[in-house]
Ligand binder design. Structure first.
Ligand code: HEC
Length: 125
């Protein structure tokens, strides 16, 4: 389910976070917040499938790591501010974690993401 690295390289607009952060985001966020969603997982489970498809479409419309570099700095900053809050409670959402236990963020994952958002925001300002 991880996004193959070569897909990211081909996409000039894709986010390039430090390797450890990138790996966490790929594992826990990319299914819904990237264009490279691979979801063999939802197609077969009917009640979950429509639900998840909407969430993927929705998540991507809100924030797409695959088009990250095409965003204005202002928009990047807005997301960098929202991400630490989002991961504190609702992201990835509980309904998704039922099927994707490995996407659950550990405390260390959260710290790594937070450190990255602070640094990335600092670099932009
Ligand atoms: C199962 C799909 C799914 C996963 C996985 C997921 N998200 Fe989301 N995300 C959404 C949806 C849908 C929305 C928009 C609705 C909402 O805010 O609840 C959203 C909204 C957001 C927003 C707010 C964007 C805005 O425009 O205000 C942030 C920030 C965010 N997600 C971060 C993350 C991060 C970071 C991860 C990984 C740790 C993650 N999400 C994993 C579906 C997902």
């Amino acid at each position: 389910m991880n996004v193959p690295a070569d897909l990211l390289v081909k996409d000039g607009d894709a986010l390039e976070a430090p390797e450890n952060v990138q790996a966490i985001l790929e594992k826990s966020c990319f299914d819904c917040h990237s264009s490279h969603t691979t979801f063999p997982w939802y197609s077969s489970i009917a009640p979950v499938s429509w639900f998840t498809k909407e969430h993927v479409k929705d998540g991507r419309e809100h924030m797409n790591f695959s088009t990250w570099n095409s965003y204005e700095d202002e928009k990047k900053l807005k997301y960098l501010e929202k991400i630490p809050k989002a991961i504190q409670s609702k992201m990835p959402m509980a309904s998704y974690l039922i099927m994707h236990k490995d996407a659950k963020l550990s405390d260390a994952d959260k710290e790594a993401i937070k450190a990255w958002t602070t640094e990335a925001a600092f670099d932009l300002e």
